[in-house]
Write a protein that binds this ligand. Structure first.
Ligand code: F6P
Length: 344
């Protein structure tokens, strides 16, 4: 049996651990793995090569994705789905593993409804795919954010400044939560809890009146801050899945807080640093477990499903169910529980 494997959407640490595990498991069962390059693009204009254990053996801790990625959306092209199906047949693939976030998995679901034998594997630093407790890449992004917060503490304290750190995550606040809680930020702003700029300014001023000499703020790129003039995201254009490119709220927030409070304020944006470099242990283990399970799912012919981590168990659920709960946002109850350490 020949198995295709692709990674789609933004890369993240832990993808190579998953690829390595897929190849290990496949070879154990005598299956061949064909790496499709650059996500769905590699099935529109076929670009693929066989993957062997020798090539992937040393990749458990290597960032990025061996088979490359793209944000190509075959559903946007009239002949796209047919081309993908025809190329799957031409390559002799009896199953396809699609490793991706909401966009890649939505394409996988659409193709599976057309009869393509596909199994999804959830990855994204945003951690916003439904049906799984965690996605590959999240823990590394959060850990990098937490380390950045820790580093900003010492420079903020030395200069008696307000430091704003912007982290990625799209409409979900998981990365901001991880960075803020893990690094001990004084204030963490997530999209799920909209705030008013005036309240943020008042809160920072009160903190400093009460004796604080500095403040570290984490803001999610998708945070909703009433009264803050945000960059014109739409003017930057949209990707093939219709997403605008976020980024810039941190700079605007630091500027506004500094101006209104008279405190010295600076901003830092972590950007793609959060997606680069080696995965933390959790992502190595998660990538490995989901990769192993994905091949098992193929062997059980559980197509149209996604592998997932729930509690300590890996299992599968229908892609449809996972996507109906996507984007999975930080819920109110959790925010309430964490409130004492989100606004210090
Ligand atoms: O979805 C992952 C993510 O890193 C988001 O957090 C971010 O908004 C986006 O991708 C950035 O996309 P790109 O790498 O295409 O600029």
């Amino acid at each position: 049996m020949r198995l295709g494997l692709l990674t789609g959407g933004g890369d993240c640490p832990g993808l190579n651990a998953a690829i390595r595990a897929v190849v290990a498991q496949a070879e154990r069962y005598g299956l061949e793995v064909v790496g499709i390059e650059r996500g769905w693009a590699g099935l529109l204009e076929p670009a693929s090569r066989p993957l062997t254990w020798a090539e992937v053996e040393g990749l458990v801790g290597v960032g990025g994705t061996l088979v490359l990625t793209s944000r190509t959306n075959p559903l946007k092209q009239e002949e796209g789905p047919d081309q993908v199906a025809a190329n799957i047949e031409r390559l002799g693939l009896e199953a396809l593993l699609a490793v991706g976030g909401d966009d890649t998995l939505a394409v996988a679901l659409a193709l599976s409804r057309d009869g393509v034998p596909v199994v999804g594997v959830p990855k994204t630093m945003d951690n916003d795919v439904g049906g799984t407790d965690y996605t590959i890449g999240y823990h590394t992004a959060a850990a990098i954010g937490a380390e950045a917060v820790e580093r900003l503490h010492t420079t903020a304290r030395s200069h008696s400044r307000v430091m704003v750190l912007e982290v990625m995550g799209r409409e979900a606040g998981w990365v901001a939560l991880g960075a803020g809680l893990g690094g001990g930020a004084h204030l963490t702003l997530v999209p799920e809890a909209p705030v008013a700029l005036d309240d943020v300014v008042r809160w920072v001023e009160r903190r400093h009146r009460r004796g604080a000499s500095y403040t570290v703020v984490v803001v999610a790129e998708g945070a909703k801050i009433g009264g803050l003039q945000l960059p014109d995201y739409a003017a930057r254009g949209r990707d093939a899945f219709g997403h605008v490119r976020l980024g810039g709220v941190g700079e605007d927030l630091a500027e506004a807080v500094g101006r209104a409070s008279g405190l010295e304020a600076r901003s830092t944006s972590l950007g793609h640093v959060q997606r680069g470099g080696p995965p933390v242990l959790f992502d190595r283990l998660l990538g490995t477990r989901l990769g192993l399970e994905a091949v098992e799912a193929v062997r059980r012919r559980e197509f149209g499903r996604m592998v997932a981590l729930r509690g300590t168990e890996v299992s599968t659920l229908p892609l449809e169910d996972a996507l109906s709960q996507t984007p999975r946002l930080v819920d109110r109850e959790l925010l309430e529980q964490l409130r004492p350490v989100l606004w210090l």
